[in-house]
Design a binder for this molecule. Structure first.
Ligand code: PHE
Length: 350
């Protein structure tokens, strides 16, 4: 019996999986097992022997049961550990390296732009993507019926029951929308921060545009805002020129063309030397040698007073341009949609 017990224990510890252990279990404890057979012979033994053999049998069975339970425990812990190991996510995968992922081109571009402006003494500010009519339009000198609102194809949010945020009752348009530009962040900054202000506000914006090679309904802008004593239009022109050469290099410069925005006066459109032909004229820039980047101007006095800033004492300028298009130009990409179809063969190039 000692022999059967030792062999049983060896078989238990040799089992490498739950299945193997289950097989061992029948050979150890079944009716046909060595111990099972001994048990069946107990009845034919005389009284004295029966007691001794019975006790030894019980002990052997108990020892095997314990060893079996312990082995089952160990095997299930090991299986669980193996499952966790195989399902583990390698969170370091987002770190750059061969075959590893990296930040999206738009994120990389945003971070580079932030670096350039932070280097020029600007802070970075953020605002919400769902805005109220007040921040996106009204406070920016665009009252309800202002014709310039049609410059922005706005996506309004239907908040259903939550009318405390909007006036969405009775089929009226909600006054909560997906921000059409980063300019509302100008208002949010001026509301809480007394001048002098030197800040940029990068972020996602939304317009009801159909996707094509140069438009996406969701895109990114970076806003700049400066409010200080004695700020003039030359400060705006100088800042944009400084930024252009810091970001694109000395071969690229900037120019301003008169334009109109309700929240700036005077307003201008901001062009840079075409990055592809460096000013000599090509298809991309329509043979002009210039590419439009965004809008800018001196902050309108109404906007300053909407934020409680005295426009007799303080003046400022603002600018805003598209980050996605900038990335497109810098890397010579000819279709904006490629940036968002998530084809890793495309994304891996940047
Ligand atoms: N918000 C404007 C746009 O989206 C750009 C702009 C920003 C113009 C700041 C002037 C000043 O078109």
């Amino acid at each position: 019996m000692g022999d059967a017990r030792a062999r049983g224990l060896a078989a238990v510890s040799a089992a490498a999986s739950a299945d193997e252990l289950a097989e061992v279990e029948t050979t150890l404890f079944g009716r046909k097992s060595v111990l099972g057979q001994i048990k069946q012979t107990l009845g034919s033994l005389d009284h004295e022997h029966r007691a001794t053999v019975g006790r030894a049998l019980n002990e052997a069975q108990l020892a095997l049961r314990e060893a079996h339970a312990a082995a089952a425990d160990d095997l299930s812990t090991a299986a669980r550990r193996e499952q966790l190991r195989s399902e583990q996510l390698d969170l370091t995968e987002s770190l750059a390296g061969p075959g590893r992922g990296h930040l999206h081109l738009v994120t990389q571009t945003t971070e580079r732009l932030e670096d350039v402006f932070v280097g020029m003494g600007f802070t970075v500010s953020e605002g919400p993507q769902a805005e109220t009519d007040w921040y996106n339009f009204e406070a920016l000198n665009l009252p309800a019926a202002h014709p310039a609102r049609s410059m922005w194809d706005t996506l309004y949010l239907d908040l259903g029951e939550r009318t405390e945020l909007g006036d969405g009752e009775g089929g009226e348009a909600s006054n909560v929308l997906l921000r059409t530009h980063t300019s509302p962040v100008q208002i949010r900054v001026m509301e809480v921060q007394p001048p002098p202000i030197y800040t940029i506000c990068p972020g996602r914006v939304f317009r009801r545009d159909t996707a094509d090679a140069s438009h996406m309904p969701v895109f990114h802008q970076i806003e700049g805002l400066v409010v200080d004593r004695g700020i003039s239009f030359t400060d705006l022109a100088g800042t944009l020129e400084e930024f252009t050469s810091a970001y694109f290099g000395k071969a690229i410069s900037s120019r301003l063309r008169p334009s109109y925005f309700p929240f700036t006066e005077p307003s201008a459109e901001f062009d840079i030397t075409c990055v592809l032909c460096e000013g000599s004229g090509c298809q991309t820039c329509g043979r002009t040698g210039w590419i439009e980047l965004g809008g800018c101007g001196m902050v309108h006095p109404n906007v300053l007073s909407n934020c409680g800033i005295d426009f007799e004492e303080w003046t400022g300028f603002a600018f805003g341009f598209g980050i996605d298009r900038l990335a497109l130009m810098r890397h010579g990409i000819d279709d904006l949609r490629d940036m968002y179809t998530n084809d890793t063969r495309f994304l891996a190039q940047f």
